[in-house]
Write a protein that binds this ligand. Structure first.
Ligand code: BES
Ligand code: MN
Ligand code: MN
Length: 459
């Protein structure tokens, strides 16, 4: 059955690529209200596609936000494991458009890369597993395991509808293991399994000064500028050693055993390449930790955006009435977004000078995830990657967040295999996002092997 699926996949590469291009040409930007209809269009497109490959009752289910696509094929029977495939069909906004070499929603192939918004994050990566299922169903009429699809459209906006949906449909989503390709490998030759992700706590700080913009000559020097107040608050979030200064922030962060630090640092890491990928001259972060540790096992705080006052062309002498900042923190095991939000809020309010009014909003949050490397499903994934890439995968604690991993564990009791197929230079969330096409096709191969390996590894 497996070999027939592998053969089918090899034979249909051109068709698979054409279909992915069609999927990518729907601008499913979850954050932007003008794309609401495109979100429905993308969800319906995917549901119809799943029905066509043989997952016959697939459908797009409406939620208070964007639709969720679900489908299942349970023909392997109750004695076989069930694999839950998660992905997200929503994409980040494509702006700034003028920095794209080709249009973000007109997929273009250059140099073995497919360029489009969502190519890697996450339409291309989720499509890998759709094509795995097709390869089995179209070549043998069945799969070695049961599969369920669960593809959301709000991942890039913090998944507001997701947790309730999973809780309400926990029977329908019941599975032995979840599979997510929404992360990266190290290089085309070096596959990876992500076993840790950071959580997130996303906040906004609003500073209100005078109740209207003031003439900066008539009032400047005698009124507290809200931009200055905001800058002072932000400047007190970290010390010179890159340590976050919010009281209590590190209380639940555990010192890692040397063994774990060794695993994290055993990953081949080229600092010069990292700097080139980032476009910076040097790295900067919490003193006493390596870059891999700073990203993988230590929490962080970054200001994502700051605005206020006059920012258009030319100059305007104004003392603005308001200033704003979006600030997010990446969390590590034992930190919770609720607790961190409350510590952050208390600290910001304590720093606010009495001459301005500061308010803090909690935009969204998600828990970190850590997967046990010793579960049998990991073994299956290792074998699958090794068969496909001819190299053993390395194990990564990545700094990004996929909060659903913790929810699957809590609500469904299922661990997640994070089989990343992106590359460090895929330009996620950035202009000229791409997916390396050999990883698309190899990913399908690995997924076919994985489904086959899972039946040998019942708990
Ligand atoms: N696929 C990413 C997360 C990711 C990136 C994991 C790189 C591992 C390596 C995902 O689509 C994403 O961007 N998540 C957001 C989560 C947030 C909006 C809740 C993130 O990490 O910023
Ligand atoms: Mn993603
Ligand atoms: Mn993303």
């Amino acid at each position: 059955m497996r070999d027939r699926a592998l053969k089918y996949a090899a034979k249909h590469q051109d068709q698979f690529l054409d279909e992915l291009r069609e999927f990518l040409s729907i601008p499913s930007v979850s954050a932007q209200p003008q794309h609401k209809a495109d979100m429905v269009r993308a969800a319906e497109w995917l549901a119809a596609h799943l029905r066509r490959i043989g997952v016959v009752e697939s459908r797009a289910v409406t939620t208070p936000g964007h639709p969720i696509v679900i489908g299942e094929w349970t023909g392997a029977g109750a004695s076989k494991p069930t694999l839950l495939i998660y992905g997200h069909y929503d994409v980040q906004p494509a702006e700034p458009f003028d920095l794209w070499k080709t249009e973000p929603f007109k997929p273009a192939v250059r140099n073995n890369n497919l360029y489009a918004r969502g190519a890697s994050d996450d339409k291309g990566q989720l499509f890998v597993h759709v094509k795995m299922v097709e390869s089995y169903l179209k070549s043998s009429g069945k799969l070695p395991v049961n599969v369920k699809f669960f593809i959301e459209g709000e991942e890039e906006t913090g998944s507001p509808s997701l947790t309730l949906f999973i809780e309400a449909h926990s029977k329908q989503l019941a599975c032995n293991v979840a599979l997510i390709s929404d992360s990266s490998m190290l290089s085309p030759e070096q596959p990876a399994i992500t076993y840790g992700l950071r959580g997130i706590c996303y906040m906004q700080v609003n500073v209100q000064g005078p109740n209207h913009d003031l003439h900066s000559g008539s009032f400047g020097g005698a009124v507290y500028n809200p931009i200055q107040a905001l800058a002072e608050i932000i400047s007190k979030m970290k010390d010179a050693n890159g340590r976050i200064t919010i009281p209590g922030f590190y209380d639940r962060v555990q010192g890692l055993p040397d063994r774990e630090r060794q695993v994290v640092n055993s990953v081949p890491f080229d600092k010069a390449q990292f700097c080139r990928d980032a476009g910076v001259a040097d790295t900067w972060g919490e003193a006493g930790y390596t870059v891999l540790e700073q990203i993988g096992i230590r929490p962080s705080l970054e200001c994502n955006g700051i605005w206020g006052g006059y920012t258009d062309e030319g100059s305007k002498t104004v003392l603005p009435s308001q200033a704003f900042a979006k600030i997010s923190m990446r969390l590590v095991p034992n930190q919770t977004p609720e607790e961190i939000a409350s510590l952050f809020t208390d600290y910001v309010l304590s720093l606010a000078p009495p001459q301005v009014k500061v308010t803090v909003q909690n935009l969204h949050g998600g828990l970190p995830a850590l997967i046990d490397l010793n579960i049998p499903e990991m073994q299956a994934a290792i074998v699958a990657l090794e068969r496909t890439f001819g190299a053993k995968p390395v194990f990564l604690r990545d700094g990004g967040s996929v909060p659903v991993v913790a929810t699957f564990k809590r609500v469904l009791g299922a661990p997640t295999i994070m089989l990343g197929l992106g590359l460090p230079d895929d330009n996620l969330h950035s202009p000229n996002e791409k997916f390396y096409l050999p990883n698309f096709f190899k990913g399908i191969n690995a997924s076919i092997h994985l489904a086959d390996e899972l039946i040998h590894l019942r708990r």
